[in-house]
Design a protein around this ligand. Structure first.
Ligand code: B12
Ligand code: SAM
Ligand code: SF4
Length: 418
């Protein structure tokens, strides 16, 4: 079959600050190709709706697969699915990714028949099975793990057991040079590990990226070398937490020998003076970490489980900045931190070149322990509406952070405007 994989348009900041390649979709595309299908990929972060419709018209795919990691992309995907079905009524349209997995039933409802199913979970683990059902017996899709369809739902979503076999179909990307972070381009994304062994209360990882799995270091280096050969000189590790695995030191020593810069998100308590020096040698140019609170009580409340004291955190952030040009520490608003103390902490670090965020209001993501603490049960079909309403009510009174919209609309208002 002919499969068209589609990534939706950019989120606001991806126009001005960073725009990353659709790595998840590239992995799904590779699994589709290995299953013997023809595959093309279009990324609407860098191509237009016009390009998409042209491709539909000229290539006439049998299946269109959308990637939806963010709720902000839902309206666009619903509209495109409807237009796709009106142009190619025989085509099979489905959606995968984080957000699609969280709101599968609602997604189908909004699709009004234009979306044939949602595939929850890690796509590469099960997409060949779904395509087999689509090709031979469409009613069988309701037996595929992670499928939610108007004809019923399959067993629990499947996740990749080992990362040994995964590899992204990077060659399908038509505009490799259009991905960037800040002024560093062309930039590529790589994953070294998936999941995280910690359980911070606010972190939206339990439904999707809980289990920690590490890739083989040689496979990662082979991917790095292939990218360098294509002219990439900046690699962003998209792991939610880079630096946990057993092979991190080996990887960094090898990267130190190569002509490229790297960036990532991590926890400060995974590093010390020696390993920060190694990061400098490995040409790390961007290190972002979640400090969350300037007090041990605050970090405890958020179940951060940080093994360092606040003084040690401060020392290491300043040490990191000696080796790395951009070091960022994120804070979350907590009742345990005195605003004047926060300001002093920020000023001391900023004087040493470390960027510290303003404390950010915590969103009770369905999929975070905080959601269950706040609402007393696992997320249901109304979870996102409930969390959003709660958040607007709470911080509408207290105020949002400096980088947020100060009078955000409710989901109901936003839906009316679509
Ligand atoms: C890069 C990134 C961003 C970038 C995106 C930049 C871009 N597109 O250019 C930026 C910085 C903008 C960003 C912002 C935010 N992000 Co973010 N982000 C990530 C990050 C680090 C990497 C994404 C990635 O490439 N993953 C790797 C690939 C391999 O996985 P994947 O894309 O999920 O794909 C897999 C599956 O989802 C699925 N799949 C994907 N597409 C498809 C398609 C089909 C057809 C199928 C079948 C399957 C499928 O299969 C893939 C392979 O297994 C993830 C963490 C992580 N490591 O995943 C967080 C993450 C996705 N972000 C998260 C969050 C919370 C946010 C923010 C809300 C943070 C905030 N408070 O502002 C914002 C939202 C912005 C917005 N306006 O909506 C959460 C969850 C998001 C959610 N849906 O709830 C994550 C998981 C981090 C976390 N643990 O909290 N983010
Ligand atoms: C920089 S990364 C985390 C990096 C790394 N995993 C860590 O633990 O340090 C994501 C940051 O976004 C912020 N964040 C995540 N979820 C949030 C939520 N639900 N509400 C507010 N801020 C959140 C936190 O400051 C978090 O550390
Ligand atoms: S915030 Fe970081 S350390 Fe905490 S659970 Fe999420 S990824 Fe893991």
């Amino acid at each position: 079959m002919k499969i068209l994989a589609v990534h939706p348009s950019p989120l606001m900041y991806t126009k001005i600050y960073l725009r990353l390649e659709p790595l998840g979709l590239e992995l799904v595309a590779q699994a589709v190709r290995q299953a013997g299908h023809e595959i093309r990929l279009i990324d609407l972060q860098v191509e237009s709706h016009r390009d998409y419709f042209k491709l539909l018209q000229n290539w006439r795919p049998d299946v269109v697969a959308f990637s939806c990691n963010y709720l902000a992309n839902v309206p666009e995907i619903v509209d495109l699915a409807k237009l796709t079905k009106s142009m190619l009524p025989e085509s099979f349209v489905f959606v995968g990714g984080h957000s699609a997995s969280f709101i599968a039933d609602r997604f189908l409802e909004h699709g009004e028949g234009a979306i044939d199913c949602i595939l929850k979970g890690e796509g590469e683990a099960v997409v060949p099975e779904l395509l087999q059902a689509i090709e031979h017996d469409r009613t069988a899709i309701a037996r595929v793990p992670g499928v939610v369809s108007p004809f019923g739902s399959g067993p629990a979503p499947r996740f990749v057991e080992t990362l040994a076999a995964i590899s992204p179909a990077r060659d399908l990307l038509r505009h490799r040079k259009k991905y960037f972070i800040g002024v560093l381009d062309p930039c590529a994304s790589i994953e070294f590990a998936r999941g995280c062994p910690w359980a911070c209360t606010f972190c939206n990882k339990t439904l999707f990226r809980n289990k920690f799995r590490e890739r083989d270091v040689d496979a990662v280096l082979a991917e790095v070398d292939a990218l360098v050969a294509r002219g990439v000189d900046y690699i962003y590790f998209i792991d939610e937490i880079f630096g946990v695995g057993k092979q991190v030191r080996v990887l960094l020593e090898e990267i130190a020998r190569r002509p490229l810069a790297i960036g990532f998100q991590s926890r400060i308590d995974l590093w010390d003076e020696d390993t920060l020096e190694l990061l400098g040698r490995a040409h790390c140019v961007s290190f972002e970490c979640g400090i969350e609170s300037i007090t041990e009580e605050g970090r405890e409340d958020l179940n951060k489980n940080c093994k360092y004291s606040t003084d040690r955190i401060e020392t290491l952030l300043i040490e990191a900045r000696k080796h790395i040009p951009w070091v960022q520490a994120n804070l979350i608003e907590t009742t345990k931190d005195e605003p004047t103390e926060v300001e002093r902490f920020q000023n001391r670090l900023k004087a040493n070149g470390v960027w510290v965020s303003e404390p950010v209001p915590m969103f009770p993501f369905p999929g975070s322990p905080q959601y269950i603490q706040t609402f007393g049960s696992e997320p249901d079909d109304n979870a996102w509406e409930r969390a959003h309403e709660f958040y607007l009510r709470l911080f509408g009174e207290h105020g949002f952070s400096d980088i947020q919209e100060q009078h955000p609309k409710s989901l109901a208002e936003l839906e009316c405007a679509c």
